[in-house]
Design a protein around this ligand. Structure first.
Ligand SMILES: [Zn+2]
Length: 379
């Protein structure tokens, strides 16, 4: 495992690109950002917005854009920005996670009170649970199937109501540096195209229990049909200089966002309190990610903070050592209850997914890292 020389991005992240100085794509983009003509991008955005408004009028519908929201910091920022700064009439779509947290519910209600129409989609919880179990057993990733729904829902609603613009937030290719597998432009269709080409279709989950027609909300509409209707999809982050992890959180807190303010940071495996707010399964999933790839959510947070100048690499190493990959027993128990398996079974399955080049079991049976954070490990 090799680390980016500038931040602490490991080369175990799927799709990551490093240059020959061993600097990751996300850090290179951060440099690139300084050269971006933001005024020009804002003008491009204004043109897109103007066209969306006109198209909505032509279609005879109030809504000129759809925004998929979890109620978290990014989607709250997107919704308010679209409405207040861009003068759009967004229709918000919330794909409700199974076992939504109280904080998650509060944040959606908060968005609603900020003056939005929201469609909430509750996928059949029996199917959701069945798919979560399959995701866990087959991929070592509890939320893989639910992400299909999360992604597809705003596209489905745009298609059904003929709403001309879909506004997504962050292009992960830029901020996580996974540019090998993704397009880095502002066009969000490119990502959908790639995902669907890579086989992210609802049919992936058809089995003897679930039929394809029951997976309606897990299936992206045909992008070509959307394009023919004049619907487009963009990443807001690409067009707005203001977009940042901490900036979006501050912006949204000022507008009523709740975070995980009472939990022990060791239990949530991160050192900031404004991510993964609507589902506890995501906390467990980040621990699993850590065991598979040698980094968890604290590494992601630290990399943002280093790049945006809020944290030294040295302090980041300390935070990562302290919090990365940690997960409170209560969340593991909750995940086991949800998946309807015992804790022994949970760990038995997970053992098969742990990267044993990076971890070894100690005498108590806990997985311990063989690597040291920030130090290149192995060949
Ligand atoms: Zn980097």
């Amino acid at each position: 495992m090799k680390y980016c020389k500038r931040c602490l991005q490991p080369d175990t992240r799927p799709g990551i690109i490093f240059d020959d100085r061993q600097i990751c794509y996300a850090c290179l983009y951060e440099e690139e950002k300084k050269k971006i003509d933001w005024k020009k991008r804002e003008e491009e955005l204004q043109i897109i917005v103007g066209e969306a408004k006109m198209q909505a009028k032509k279609n005879g519908i109030l809504y000129d854009c759809v925004i998929g929201v979890s109620g978290g910091k990014d989607s709250t920022f997107q919704a308010v920005y679209a409405k207040e700064k861009l003068g759009l009439h967004p229709l918000l779509v919330n794909c409700v996670p199974d076992e939504i947290t109280e904080i998650g519910n509060h944040n959606i209600n908060n968005l609603s009170k900020l003056g939005f129409d929201i469609i909430r989609i509750n996928p059949d919880p029996n199917i959701a649970k069945h798919l979560a179990r399959r995701s866990f057993y087959e991929y070592g990733n509890i939320v893989k199937a639910s992400e299909y729904c999360l992604w597809a829902s705003s596209y489905i609603i745009a298609d059904k109501f003929n709403i001309p613009l879909i506004i997504q937030g962050e292009n992960a290719a830029l901020t996580l540096g996974a540019a090998a597998s993704q397009n880095t432009s502002g066009d969000a269709f490119s990502v959908v195209d790639l995902n669907t080409l890579n086989g992210c279709n609802a049919s992936d989950w058809v089995d003897s229990t679930v039929e394809e027609k029951e997976l309606f909300f897990y299936q992206f509409p045909d992008i070509n049909v959307l394009k023919e209707k004049g619907i487009r999809a963009i990443f807001l982050q690409y067009y707005t200089k203001e977009w940042s992890q901490v900036g979006n959180a501050d912006f949204s807190i000022a507008r009523g966002l709740w975070g995980r303010c009472t939990e022990d940071l060791h239990d949530i495996g991160r050192y900031r309190r404004f991510t993964a707010l609507d589902s506890d399964l995501q906390i467990v999933n980040q621990m699993i990610k850590y065991l598979k790839f040698g980094f968890g959510f604290a590494t992601d947070e630290a990399c943002y903070d280093i790049r945006e100048g809020r944290l030294s690499r040295e302090d980041a190493i300390w935070l990562i050592k302290e919090y990365d990959g940690r997960c409170g027993e209560q969340y593991i128990q909750m995940a086991c209850d949800y998946l309807d398996i015992s804790k022994e079974e949970f760990w038995h399955v997970l053992d098969g997914y742990v990267n044993t080049n990076l971890f070894e079991k100690d005498e108590k049976g806990w997985w311990r890292p063989k690597f040291e954070v920030g130090v290149d490990f192995g060949e």
